[in-house]
Design a protein around this ligand. Structure first.
Ligand SMILES: [Zn+2]
Length: 93
């Protein structure tokens, strides 16, 4: 289980791929390590989910700055930001 998946336990309103699963797949997606089927599922979810689109954008930016991304590269501040982000999504729902 990834560090993020432990933090991001929330109920998704998405019919297809849960947001939590998307979050777990984003790193592989950005590293082009997903199977074509998973990639399609993820992209379909992104097309209809602004939250995960925003998350993906943040990950892209992080990778741009860091050159690479592993869960260990996330700073405590980033974890706090992500927690705030997901808490906001939940309360908005
Ligand atoms: Zn989502």
């Amino acid at each position: 289980m990834s560090l993020l998946s432990g933090l991001l336990r929330f109920r998704s309103r998405s019919r297809d791929l849960p947001c939590q699963e998307v979050v777990e797949m984003v790193t592989d997606y950005l590293e082009e390590a997903l199977s074509p089927a998973d990639r399609r599922r993820l992209e379909r979810h992104l097309a209809g989910c602004e939250h995960c689109t925003e998350y993906l954008a943040q990950m892209r930016e992080t990778i741009r700055l860091a050159g690479r991304l592993t869960p260990q590269d996330l700073t405590p501040e980033m974890h706090t930001d992500l927690m705030d982000l997901y808490r906001r999504w939940r309360t908005e729902g």
